[in-house]
Ligand binder design. Sequence first.
Ligand code: GRF
Length: 191
Amino acid sequence: MRQIAIFASGSGSNFQALVDAVQGGTLKANIRLLVCDQPGAFVIQRAQSAGIPVFAFRAKDYEDKQAFEREILHQLELEGVDFIVLAGYMRLVGHTLLESFGGRIVNIHPSLLPAFPGKDAIGQALEAGVKITGVTVHYVDAGMDTGEIIEQEIVRISTGETRDSLQEKIQHVEHYLYRTTLNHLFLTTGY
Ligand code: GRF
């Protein structure tokens, strides 16, 4: 069974969906650790409620990205983690983590990549006036949302769609797409 760490920076609704899926038996993995770069983020309370260990840090307390990623690597090793799931982690992953976990880091992004990478993908889609957007699960490389695409699902933008209503539709899709995609990935990669 995969031993995963989830990296998040904010509210953690995707984190919660993955925790619920593991507890409900619909995601075959153990969540060993939450890594969070915002010590005040709500996702930390979610992890504590679920009894999941937390490594929270502030980037500015370290000399550079390499220094805090080395510490993260150490924490991952202590917990026996073999796969990293990014869920709203608002940082580019650096070479320290990529060298150790290359091909075993995935992310979820609220658009149909390569459209609307980076921050505020939902706002970018609304601003562009497109009628179709969606959700992408992809491998992580050194770029901004540029890694190989694993799975995508469409979300339609209705007339009069608001940011809140579109975000709700996208989150609904994210919460099951991440679980089903991870399950498929874990089965087909032999773990
Ligand atoms: C999600 O929309 C995810 O696709 C993006 O960041 C957001 C995180 O939301 N990478 P939450 O913290 O899981 O609610």
